[in-house]
Design a protein around this ligand. Structure first.
Ligand SMILES: C[S@@+](CC[C@H](N)C(=O)[O-])C[C@H]1O[C@@H](n2cnc3c(N)ncnc32)[C@H](O)[C@@H]1O
Length: 249
């Protein structure tokens, strides 16, 4: 993980779920998006790479029985609940690539990497590593934010986010080179968040793109959001791209 990302998640860990889980309805929706695509079955070997606090490792483990939870941030991993079939392993994608950290299994039936690929130092190497974890008959799910955000952020942040869009078709082609067949789908959830809470999340720089702005720029951005969005509740679509890949037997 880059130095920036490392500091970012160590700092955010204590409030990560408060900021990222949005609402129980959102977590239930996202859990369904994940399990509906990955189809974890009892006895499957599961792994969640860049698992954070294990928010979605838990739902995989409920179906599969056991999930290896991999994250380079000690503070994030410390919040993965004990038991529930969750096995935390402190490692980055890069550590897995070099073999600096070894895993309890070489191959897994279900592999989840949600909102982590953009943190990889080398996307090609990260995709090779993730593909290498998939057993014959196994599935890999990459979950990414949509290339255009409908978030009520300030203009400069939206523009900055859109500067480096993920190339989903290119990712699918790379996975194909590693023997996986990939398909891309999208889904959206309509969030309703109290403006006060949203502005606190922005001030917390909960999204990594917000770390690119100085304190003064962020303060001006928050004023801009507040002005543009009158009313106490913000409603907007949270849209995701799901790249599901499977390795034939
Ligand atoms: C946006 S959070 C997503 C956490 C979790 N997947 C979720 O959706 O709740 C990104 C996570 O990726 C981890 N991360 C950052 N760089 C990474 C890397 N190079 N390899 C693996 N994980 C990384 C961070 O520590 C953080 O927990």
């Amino acid at each position: 993980m880059t130095g920036d990302a490392a500091g970012h998640y160590e700092r955010l860990a204590a409030r990560f779920e408060e900021n990222w889980a949005y609402s129980p309805a959102f977590v239930a929706w996202m859990s369904g998006c994940i399990t509906g695509r990955l189809r974890p079955r009892t006895g499957d070997r599961g792994i969640d790479v860049g698992c954070g606090t294990g928010l979605y490792s838990r739902v995989l483990a409920e179906h599969a029985g056991s999930v290896v939870c991999v994250d380079p941030s000690a503070a994030m991993l410390a919040q993965v609940p004990d038991g529930h079939g969750l096995l935390p392993v402190r490692a980055s994608l890069e550590d897995l690539a070099t073999g600096a950290v070894s895993l309890p299994h070489e191959r897994f039936d279900v592999v989840l990497a949600k909102e982590v690929l953009h943190h990889a130092a080398d996307e090609h190497a990260a995709l090779r590593t993730l593909a290498g974890l998939v057993a014959p008959g196994g599935r890999l799910l990459l979950v990414m934010l949509a290339p255009v955000l409908e978030y009520p952020l300030f203009e400069a942040a939206l523009e900055r986010y859109q500067r480096s869009p993920a190339d989903h078709d290119g990712i699918a082609r790379q996975l194909a080179r590693h023997g996986l067949r990939a398909e891309v789908s999208t889904a959206s959830f309509q969030l309703a968040i109290a403006k006060e809470r949203w502005l606190t999340m922005v001030a917390d720089r909960w999204m990594s793109v917000l770390t690119k702005f100085t304190d003064a720029e962020l303060a001006a951005g928050i004023t801009e959001i507040d002005r543009r969005h009158p009313g106490p509740v913000l409603k907007f679509n949270d849209s995701f791209v799901f790249l599901l890949a499977h390795r034939p037997f």
